[in-house]
Design a protein around this ligand. Structure first.
Ligand SMILES: [Cu+2]
Length: 174
């Protein structure tokens, strides 16, 4: 009986030692992972006021703000961003090479399918509304009042306008 107790405590001690060693190693591997980004390795919690907002990427119309919550939309791998769209913000018909998942956080966002911008063909999406758009599906969107939409997708983020004249990147070149 005594032998079993001794053996058991040795096992427990060894396990505790191994756990401690692993915990010591972890911060190193975590920082290595974040430097090459793209994969989710970090635990993060953000309150709605703790996001860092910047201008939306040049492929989206001016006036939009974007916050990166997870991943890096410029790199390969999953990412989560939020887009803050001012009143009247319009994104002309376009496609993405990967599926896009949209969740409305606040305000009223509208989404329509097809290659022609047509408000009558759009669907109003209030807070809590969700949409998934398969890769390559033509769609357009607009905002009435200021809205915030969360986008979950796979990077690198790309947007291809049905009509190249709608691409704000082309307008900048002229
Ligand atoms: Cu889109």
């Amino acid at each position: 009986m005594k032998k079993i107790v001794v053996l058991f405590s040795i096992i427990v001690a060894a396990a505790a030692f191994m756990l401690a060693a692993e915990q010591k190693e972890n911060p190193k591997t975590a920082s290595k992972e974040t430097s090459k980004a793209a994969t989710t390795t970090e635990h993060k919690i953000f309150g709605p006021t703790e996001l860092t907002w910047g201008d939306a990427p040049p492929g989206l119309p001016a006036g939009g703000k974007m916050a990166v919550l997870d991943g890096d939309p410029n790199k390969k791998g999953s990412f989560t961003v939020r887009l803050q769209a001012p009143d009247g913000y319009k994104i002309a018909p376009h496609t993405h090479p990967t599926a896009e998942r949209l969740t409305v956080i606040s305000g009223t966002f509208h989404l329509g399918m097809g290659e022609k911008f047509d408000e009558a063909a759009g669907r109003e999406m209030g807070p809590g509304s969700f949409a998934v758009l398969p890769a390559g599906m033509k769609h357009f969107a607009w905002s009435t009042g200021e809205s915030v939409v969360q986008i979950d997708s796979e990077g690198p983020f790309e947007i291809k306008y049905v009509n190249p004249a709608d691409d704000p990147r082309n307008a900048k070149k002229q």
